[in-house]
Every structure is written in structure tokens, then in C-alpha cells.
Write a protein that binds this ligand. Sequence first.
Ligand code: GLC
Length: 423
Amino acid sequence: MRWMHAAGRGLLVLAVVLTGHAASGAHADDGTSGDRGPLTLATAGDLTGYLGPLLQGWNRTHPGEKVTLVELPDSADETHAQMATDLRGGDRSRFDVLNIDVSWTSEFAAAGWIRPLPRDRFPLKAFLRPVVDTATYDGRLYAVPYVTNAGLLLYRKDVLAAEGVPPPRTWAELERDAKTIAQRHGLDGYAGQFLPYEGLTVNAAEAVYSAGGSILGDEGARVTVNSAAAREGIGFLARGVREGWIPRQALTYKEEESKQAFRDGRLLFLRNWPYAYAVASAPGSPVAGKIGAVPLPGPDGPGRSVLGGSDLAVSTHARHPDSAARLIAYLTSEPVQRQVLVRGALPPVRAALYDDPALVRKFPYLPTLRESVLRAAPRPKSPRYDQVSLVVQAVVRDAMTGHETPEDAVRRLARELAAVSDR
Ligand code: GLC
């Protein structure tokens, strides 16, 4: 695995963007015809630095259809903003293929930014069941699933073993251990991604879903959040900060900062995506060999993750749509999906890889991950999902910082979400 420092990645992005412009002007000379030719692939920050080398495999064998990687920021919201700005530019848009968050398909499709794709060109039947739904809108396929994701609870196996305690299955167990055991070992208790951005929406939705609640129903048309379950879910997160078993610093964490706190040995429990397990167990990590992963806990037993991941879509203004579809077929082929896991530490969408004994040996969390993906709840499908998420982030932030009680927060959430769907 190739880990790159953020600053190094910044330089790479610049270099890649510059050469991208050169490459796009070059296609007249490279012997391509029809709608085949060079492409750009825009993606959110590549946290494990695997995608550039992986695309070199395609570039070597497809000299007339070279792909240039444009790496956008790590944060889902910033990537969303940059993609939306680019796509609004119509035929001035620079991005041909877009690696979009699973939660954006409806919005991008409804806005006319991405084009419908023929189902028979892609191996949809080989994918894990829930992932295909994230790529459809209004009954049509608008993207192809590329990676999936589910939140896991990472824990310090060494610390719990020293105390003779199994990993928590319920919130009560998590809270107890995060208060008592963490303190005895000089650790912070529990963190997730609590900065206001998509990650906070995910963490809040997981807390609400785990308590048996929901946020929106009927594909975003109905607000269902005003419930005892939602109050319990938001209450769990707010209590953590108030009682100190969620450190205040966690209110500034996205995926990377929270992973770093766990990798540095500062945290007993962390909610994160599986890449964090792989990074924290890699050679050189202070906690390598000392960590485990279980499904997220809920009030009375295992809770529910939100379904994460990303899908590959083709811009309406893509210069070479046939090459774009061919690249997507390549990236979702079995050998490449294997590399996505082995080199990128990202959960593949192909179901068969989860049964591969060699992969399960290397990534012991695979069986837990498959269960979590199959049980995961999708985010609401709404053409206004971006606004839905902004409302959730703002309100949950106020509850977690103690500016609003969970009861008031849930009432306000219901009001503001209703206003979004009326708009
Ligand atoms: C991960 C997930 C994505 C989610 C994001 C939130 O990238 O795969 O679906 O929206 O995290 O930060």
C-alpha cells in the first residue's frame, strides 16, 4: 500500500490536472476514432493512494484512451461542491467520468449532469445486492457501483483483553467501557466523524437507524424523523460529549482525523469505514495487531450502518462516452475489484470476493463487513439530498455541542426537513 502525505497529494493533484489538459488536446493524433479517446476521472481524495497506480494498468493497455486522474479534496462535501461547479459548466466541464458518492446519484441524475447507462454493459448481477440500488434513479441506471462501504466499530483488542471484556454489542456496554476502561488506560473513549459535513450526517443517521428510527420516507417525500427513536439516537451522541466519553476534539474529526487518533493509540473505540482498520493495522502503525472490528452497536444489540461507497457515472458532456463506459467496465472487473481491496483497502462491490479465503485471511473484517453492508440502510434518495444533509449536520451539531436538547433538535429537524421538501 502506498500512503501519501496530504501535502504530497496536493502536488500530485496539480501535476495531474496540468497534464490532464495536455492529454485532452492530444487525442487527434493518437489514432482513436468514434467516441473513443482520452478521459478524465474525477474522484474524492484517494486516502490510500492506490488509484493512480491502478489506472496506469488501463493506460498501458489503452494508449488511445488514456485516463487522467483529477483528485479532489478528502471531504465529501468539498468534492460534491467542486463536481457540481464543474458539471454546471455544461460543455466546458472538465470531468468525463465521476466517482460519485452513493448519496449523490439522484441529485446528479435529476439535474441532468450524468447520463443513463445501458444495464447490459455491466456485471450488475455479480454485485452485492444493496449496492445496485444506489446507482439507479427513477427506474434507470445512472451509474455503476464501484466501491461499497459500511461503518464498523474498531476497538483496542489489547485493552479489552487486559480487562477481560468482550467488544461492546450495545450502547450501554460501549458507554460503560468508554467511561471506565478508557480512563484507566489513559485513552479517550469513543469517536466517529463529528465535524459538520456528510460524515456527521452518516453518524447521526446510523444512531437514529440503530434505535429503529428513520429520517425521511417515500424516497424523500415524507419526513419521518419526529420519533422517540430519533431522540434516543441523537441523545446517545449528545450524551457522549456532555459526559466526556466522546472527547470534544472529536467534534472536529472527519474520517482521516478520527483514524489518526485511533492509529496513534489515543482512542479505545472508533466508528469508521473499513479502510481505517487496514491503515491502523499496516506495518509501522503503533496499534498494528492490537485492534478488532465488530458491527456498530445499537440500544439493545447490533445497530445499523449507513450504506456508503461510490458509483462511477458518465458526465452528460463526456467527450468520449464509449471509452468512459469501457473504463467503468474495467474498474468493475473482477481483477481490478480485487486490487481495489488489496491495494486500496476499499470494500469491493463484487460479492464473490467476500468468500475468497486468501482475502479473508488478509482482511479478517471481510465477513463482518459483508454482514454490515447487507444490513446497511441507504441514505434517503432525494434530488435535494445535499440540502437534506446540510440540515441534519447543522441540527445534530447543535445537539452535540449542548446548544439544543435532543428533543428540541429532533423537532427542529422535522420542521427544517419539511421546508426542504416543500421548496
Ligand atoms: C465515505 C463513504 C461515503 C460517505 C462519506 C462520508 O467516503 O463511502 O458514502 O458519504 O464517507 O464522509
